[in-house]
Design a protein around this ligand. Sequence first.
Ligand code: ATP
Ligand code: MN
Length: 463
Amino acid sequence: MKRIRIAQILSSKDTGSHVTVMGWVRTRRDSKGGFSFIEVNDGSCLSSLQVIADDKLPNYKDEILRLQTGCSVKASGIIAASPGKGQKVELQADEIEVLGWADPAVYPLQKKRHSFEFLRTIAHLRPRTNTFGAVARVRNAMSNAIHTFFQERGFIYLHTPIITGSDCEGAGEMFKVTTLDLDQVPKKNGHADFDRDFFNEPANLTVSGQLEAEIYALAMGDVYTFGPTFRAEDSNTSRHLAEFWMVEPEMAFCDLDGDVALAIEFLKYIFAYVLKNCEEDMKFFNRFIDSSAIETLENLVSQDFEILTYTEGVDILSKAKEKFEFPVNWGMDLQSEHERYLCEKVFKKPIVLMDYPKEIKAFYMKVNEDKKTVRAMDVLVPKIGEIIGGSQREDNYDVLVERIKEMDLNPDDYWWYLELRKFGSVPHAGFGLGFERLIQFITGLGNIRDVIPFPRTPGNVSF
Ligand code: ATP
Ligand code: MN
């Protein structure tokens, strides 16, 4: 079945050639003059192609006049300049074959705008809507931009494990992986007997590829991961998924300043990329979802980021006239209201906060000379708050052992992580970017469930 994509027809605007397109009918309108206008969309771009069906087509009465939203068709004909408003070219069909019918009495997607809540219940059909088609294309373009950015800079793409034996950050919130019979769990000393489990020990889905990325950074220099991560956090928010994708570069011979510089360069690159390569979809988001979407991205590309320490940030917040739900004091983990206040009200641009109190950060972050703060950095953007979190890693063996103990973790569990500090340790740093948070930021979509094809959230896995 040879076909040409609608995106190609609409971008070349060449007329006169004979082509075949295949796609799904969005609408059909009949004119008194003896022909119909059929809008056909094939997902290659936001726009549909207008197909003109003449009543002289042999199946005009029996089939064309029965075409409804959702039917699939194959249409062949000549590309011609369109006299109508809204499109430059149209297809003057000499043959239209119906590939599949969609009974309008039961097809759930009709012409009207449906709520996002409703569309979540039909994840098998929602990619046929403008919004979800645009999200899918933007996700694709962003994935490409991410790989291109790192590949151009000599980073090695690393595949870290999905099933792991250890929890990266020592936090809970992990999904267990087991083949034990849950109806009859074998017990030893009153606990599940993992000797009889598949891996002979407890296993989990990964929450981050960072620790494994460090292993490869300390052999290959610059690496990055881009893969799925899993968190069993029961937080039913518009910014949390149980399964999401994360981008994690890790660089040897790099300190916190180098880490921040890369994060800023990275964000500017991928925002410029989406503005350039997803123009039509971005205009759609700007018109229907968030009227400041394009401007926000343009500002990010052109503005400098404000870089300040956590201590300076807390200082500004505690002097602010604003009433916060959570009062501010040094040592606290900043809430999204504080992050957004700094970005949106104080600096009016993206900011990078560095040197956080060590108590609120992970054990692997490098302790500063003041012994109170660690070399951590968060990149905060308007509307979302934190979009990137990163740090320089502790590369001193003794300090790291101390930190692991301080956090009530067992150094034995991290023997290999510690050995990296014993054999050829070097300064190194990295960061993590939540891919869906990024797509939320770009599109302006309010709920993270609408920027991933199949959202996994508490109580929702089958669809
Ligand atoms: P938050 O405070 O928002 O829960 P976090 O501090 O748990 O985030 P990190 O552990 O630093 O986040 O993870 C790195 C990045 O992954 C975050 O900056 C965010 O973009 C993204 N992220 C974290 N948890 C989730 C989640 N449950 N769903 C989607 N993205 C997430
Ligand atoms: Mn979290």
